[in-house]
Write a protein that binds this ligand. Structure first.
Ligand code: SAM
Length: 307
């Protein structure tokens, strides 16, 4: 590790670079019903088995006593876990509990998820064109309709604001940004568009687009621009619709403002999507030792991209 900038205090989850961890991103399975062409699998393809409810509960309880107030579940497809509602019920009170999902399993389950404590969802939706959607996700011909129903169900159940995650893919969906914004407008502010810069996993660099030009275009259309603390992400308000741009690639500002610690599907603490040599196995750590393990994991966090 190079030149730590800030000493860690004994009672915080602040890393040696002065970044305080306030959120957890927990992968709860590597199973998925889709096979998206670009998927980064949350930087975790090696996990065998699935983290039990009790371990998730232990990690989150310890973290919430150390300043973490936000948890996002991911995967794989998190709703492939039949015990997801049990996971939710086992959590302490938090400011924000969300999941990122492909939306396939929301129909008929959204209300139960809300009742069990899920606040909101991000739903991956890269295209409104059924053929493109199928190509990107390697799903079947009715998949897009099922997901569109899932978005309705999520909004009806109050899992809002629903964020639509659209990974920008050159020559595939980069002509659909404004159509997607029109789609979100039909939900009167309950659905927000999140445009995500493609990270080159699975040899997909040919689909990477010039995000500066997207940003310039959004700026020229925006009535208002806001900046979030998380990763310094920019939000553009365009004709009443909200669109956020997530730029993780080669972005030192993104990393400098990262406040998240990850958990792999088999119960290891992980400092960064792109780093794999800092993992700490907490799958059999007793609750009383969990705070120490969290501190250790945070002390190993290094910004992947730095000036
Ligand atoms: N199956 C769930 C879903 O579709 O949201 C959760 C897993 S998926 C890995 C989580 C998020 O990562 C999705 O929003 C997806 O778009 C994003 N993602 C996956 N691979 C990516 C890549 N190479 N670049 C940017 N975002 C990516």
């Amino acid at each position: 590790m190079n030149s730590p900038l800030v000493a860690q205090t004994s009672d915080s989850l602040t890393d040696p670079f002065g970044r305080t961890v306030t959120s957890l991103r927990i992968s709860i399975t590597n199973r998925c019903n889709y096979d998206c062409i670009y998927c980064h699998h949350e930087g975790d393809t090696d996990s065998k088995g699935e983290i039990p409810v009790e371990t998730i509960s232990n990690i989150v309880h310890a973290a919430s006593g150390m300043g973490v107030d936000k948890v996002k579940f991911s995967g794989g497809e998190p709703f492939m876990r039949k015990d997801f509602e049990d996971i939710l019920s086992s959590l302490p009170k938090l400011r924000d509990v969300s999941a990122t999902t492909n939306g396939t399993f929301l129909k008929g389950r959204a209300q139960d998820l809300k009742d069990a404590g899920l606040d909101r969802v991000n739903i991956s939706l890269d295209s409104l064109d059924p053929q493109m959607y199928r190509f990107i996700t390697n799903s079947n011909s009715n998949a897009l309709n099922i997901v569109l129903d899932g978005i309705h169900n999520a909004v009806d159940a109050g899992l809002t604001p629903v964020k639509l995650n659209m990974v920008l893919l050159k020559g595939i969906n980069d002509n659909e940004i404004y159509e997607m914004l029109d789609f979100t407008r039909t939900y009167n502010g309950q659905v927000i568009l999140q445009l995500i810069e493609l990270m080159d996993f699975n040899d997909v660099s040919r689909y990477q687009i010039d995000v500066n030009s997207v940003e310039k275009d959004l700026r020229s259309h925006a009535d208002e621009i806001r900046v979030r603390t998380m990763h310094r992400r920019k939000k553009y308000i365009i004709d009443g619709a909200e669109v956020e741009l997530v730029r993780p690639v080669d972005n030192s500002e993104f990393c400098a403002n990262c406040n998240r610690l990850r958990v792999t599907a088999d119960g290891k603490l992980k400092g960064c999507l792109l780093v794999n040599d800092d993992l700490i196995d907490v799958s059999s750590t007793p609750p009383e030792d969990m705070p120490g393990m969290l501190k250790l994991a945070v002390s190993r966090r290094v910004p992947y991209c730095r000036n």
